[in-house]
Structures are given as structure tokens and as C-alpha cells.
Design a protein around this ligand. Sequence first.
Ligand code: CMP
Length: 171
Amino acid sequence: MELISRMMDGSIPYDPEGRLEPVLSGPGAKQEDKIERLKEVALFEACSQRQLRSVARIARVFDVAAGTLLTRAGEPGDEFFLIIDGTARAEVSAQKHVLLHPGEFFGEMSLLDGGPRSATVVADTPLRLLVISRRHFAGLLKDVPGLTETLLVTLSRRVRQAEDRAERLRG
Ligand code: CMP
């Protein structure tokens, strides 16, 4: 099971090496602080205060160290990730690595189709991530205006890139 899943379901309270730490979401964290951070994320710019409050209720924020494995290709996955700070690396194949930057997201594919992770994703730098579990994903789509459309555009772009790449490999 992915490390973040185990953090999210409470089966490990924290990473033994201290590499993964929930922030802004512990008992002392103020909901208002989280909402202020959400306002800085472009994906949420069309959200009303009420919608931001809903997102803040279902989202958890994690800080992870560079090198942390976030998804592993071929394994099941139960979280959607949005990058707040830092860079992640999606290892789509041995030859193709894609850098993902603040405001970009990953992990949507397994939540949408229920299939295994399509790529391994690793923290390329220290990362601050917003993490939404599968059971809250539908709520997120409902609460964030335009998110479904953004997901579709992103998926279309990834399919085109994959097809271009396959074409180039065929020669
Ligand atoms: P998922 O399959 O759930 O987990 C791995 C994630 O890597 C996947 O969702 C996408 O979010 C991301 N991913 C897969 N392929 C690409 C790609 N070609 N470019 C960028 N990100 C990708």
C-alpha cells in the first residue's frame, strides 16, 4: 500500500524516518489557515468561500522529502495529489520522465477508472501536497468549479503525448 494511504487511514501515524508529515491538518491546525493556502492554488481560484471550506474539510496537506515515492506503477492507488510547492517526477517509462510543478496534479487516473497506477511518481524536490482520498474525490469534483473540465483537458493532453511517443517509437 502506498505510504500516503497508510498515513491517511491512520495505520501509520507518521513516517518512521520523518520524511512524511501531515501539516495544517492535525488537531491544532486551523481550518482558516488551510483555506488561506487553498486560495493560493490556481485550481481553486473560482471557488467561493463556502466551496473552499468544503475542500478544506476533505483535503489533507502533507510535506514530503525529495525522493519520497508517491505512486508506484502497477499498484492500486486511492489518492489524488495536487502540488502546492515543489516538483514531482512522473516516471511514465524508462525513457520518459515528466516534471510536475505547483498547481499540477497527479493520481487522478486510478481514481477515475479504478485501474492500477499508470506511472511511478516520486518527489523530485521537497514537496507540499494536497491529498484527497478516493472516498472524497467525487465531493471534490462537485465542490471545485471547472475541475472536471481541467481533468479532461489534462487527460486528453496525456493521451496525445503518449500517442506521439508511440508513433515516434514505431519510426
Ligand atoms: P495514476 O495512474 O493514478 O498514478 C500515476 C499518475 O501519473 C497518473 O495517475 C497521472 O496523474 C500521472 N501521469 C501518468 N502519465 C502521465 C504523463 N504522460 N504525463 C504526466 N503525468 C502522467
